[in-house]
Design a protein around this ligand. Structure first.
Ligand SMILES: Cc1cc2nc3c(=O)[nH]c(=O)nc-3n(C[C@H](O)[C@H](O)[C@H](O)COP(=O)(O)O)c2cc1C
Length: 139
C-alpha cells in the first residue's frame, strides 16, 4: 500500500504529489490532514524547501509514526533545485530506521524565478520516479 503525503505552500510540490499519486493509483494527502500512517505502508513524503528545510508538519509526522523498516521515497521542489529539502528530511528519517528507497527533486517557481517549474517534463519525470519505486516494491 502506498501513501503520498506532502507539504506545499505555493502549489509546486503539490503538483509533483498529484503526478506521483496518479502513477501509484492513490490520492495525495496534505500533511495538514494527515496524522497516522497506515501500518507498513510505503510512504512518499514531499515538501517545498523553506530556508533549507522541509515544510511544517513533516517533522511531527516523522516523529509521531513508526518508520522502523518502512519504505520511504522523498520528493521536493526548491528555487535552487538542489534538493536541500530532501537532505533535511533524510536527516530526520535517519535515526528512525526507515528504508529510504529513493528521491526526486526539481526546481519550483518562486515569484519571478523558475517560471513554469515544475515543467511538464519534470512532472513526467516524477511519474517515472514513482513507477521505478513501485517496481522496486514488487521485486
Ligand atoms: C519562506 C520561503 C523560503 C524559501 N527558502 C528556500 C531555500 O532555502 N532554498 C531554495 O532553493 N528555495 C527556497 N524557497 C523557494 C521554494 O522552495 C520553492 O518556491 C518551492 O518550489 C516551493 O514549493 P511549494 O510551492 O510546494 O511551496 C523558499 C520559499 C519560501 C516561500
Amino acid at each position: 500500500m502506498f501513501e503520498v503525503i506532502y507539504y506545499s505552500r505555493s502549489g509546486n510540490t503539490q503538483k509533483l504529489a498529484a503526478a506521483i499519486a496518479e502513477e501509484l493509483g492513490v490520492r495525495a494527502v496534505d500533511v495538514k490532514q494527515k496524522k497516522d500512517l497506515a501500518k507498513g505502508s510505503f510512504v512518499f513524503i514531499g515538501s517545498g524547501c523553506y530556508a533549507n528545510k522541509q515544510g511544517k508538519g513533516l517533522e511531527e509526522l516523522i516523529k509521531e509514526n513508526n518508520f522502523k523498516g518502512r519504505s520511504v521515497a522523498l520528493f521536493g521542489t526548491s528555487a535552487k533545485g538542489w534538493g536541500d529539502e530532501i537532505k533535511a528530511m533524510k536527516k530526520l528519517l535517519q535515526p528512525t530506521g526507515a528504508f529510504i528507497r529513493g528521491s526526486f527533486h526539481c526546481k519550483g517557481r518562486w515569484f519571478i524565478i523558475n517560471r513554469g517549474h515544475p515543467t511538464v517534463d519534470e512532472l513526467a519525470n516524477a511519474k517515472g520516479f514513482a513507477c521505478r519505486m513501485k517496481n522496486l516494491e514488487s521485486e
